[in-house]
Design a protein around this ligand. Structure first.
Ligand SMILES: N[C@@H](CCC(=O)N[C@@H](CS)C(=O)NCC(=O)O)C(=O)O
Length: 214
């Protein structure tokens, strides 16, 4: 089986990069520069007309949407236990990832692209402020979930990889997330994992290469 991950630095394609690594999968990475228009090129639009990463191609067949990609990886690499074994816990894990993807992710995006939400001159700071109020409500919910726990479930799962990206992305926007102490501790635990260290090294190499090419 040939796996190729369409990836762009700092984006939510970070999530399957980590889970594929945790799964011990053999995968190629296609590094794309979302800022220089790679996602709007015809060859990428053929894979994903929504012009978004991640895309995981499985023997040439594209799979889009992070939640589906996480479930696919967990099902195809069961030894890695990327979802809880108990069916109720498993569906709760999928529910949690749906919240990360459809609740938290859209509240992060105004920081990156405020103009997609309001194009009135001078509105960017307000768009971010409104989005960040909602984002902080989400992080407060997750902070409670993580109280007294190492991981969201009784061992590391795909949920931990997904939330790691959400929280780290918030920090990359220079938001003060220090009040979310359990989320901060989770981030630090994630940073100890070999999969995350591999991701960070890869991300840095790709960002340097893109900066050189610019
Ligand atoms: N619903 C999609 C969202 C994917 C998404 O928004 N990806 C962003 C990066 S975090 C992207 O590719 N943006 C580029 C663009 O909109 O042109 C998923 O969960 O996979």
């Amino acid at each position: 089986m040939k796996l190729q991950l369409c990836y762009a630095p700092q984006t939510c394609a970070t999530v399957p990069f980590i889970t594929l690594t945790e799964a011990g999968a053999d995968f190629e990475v296609l590094n794309l520069n979302s800022r220089s228009g790679d996602l709007k090129k015809p060859e990428f639009l053929n894979l994903n007309p929504k012009h978004k990463v991640p895309v995981l191609t499985i023997d040439g067949e594209p799979l889009t949407e992070n939640l589906a990609i996480q479930v696919w990886i967990a099902r195809h690499f069961p030894v890695a236990k990327l979802l809880p074994a108990d069916p109720i816990q498993e569906i709760k894990a999928i529910s949690l990832m749906a919240f990360f993807g459809s609740g938290i992710h859209p509240h992060l995006t105004p920081n990156a692209r405020p103009e997609n939400y309001c194009d009135l001159p001078g509105s960017a700071d307000n768009v971010k402020k409104v989005g960040n109020k909602l984002l902080f409500e989400d992080f407060a919910v997750v902070d409670k979930l993580l109280a007294g726990r190492e991981w969201f479930f009784d061992h590391f799962t795909a949920c931990d990889a997904y939330f790691f990206w959400c929280f780290r992305r918030g920090i990359s926007f220079k938001l003060d997330l220090s009040p979310f102490k359990n989320c901060m501790a989770h981030l630090e635990r994630m940073q100890q994992r070999a999969s995350v260290q591999k991701l960070v090294a890869h991300e840095q190499r790709v960002m340097e290469a893109f900066a050189k090419a610019a």
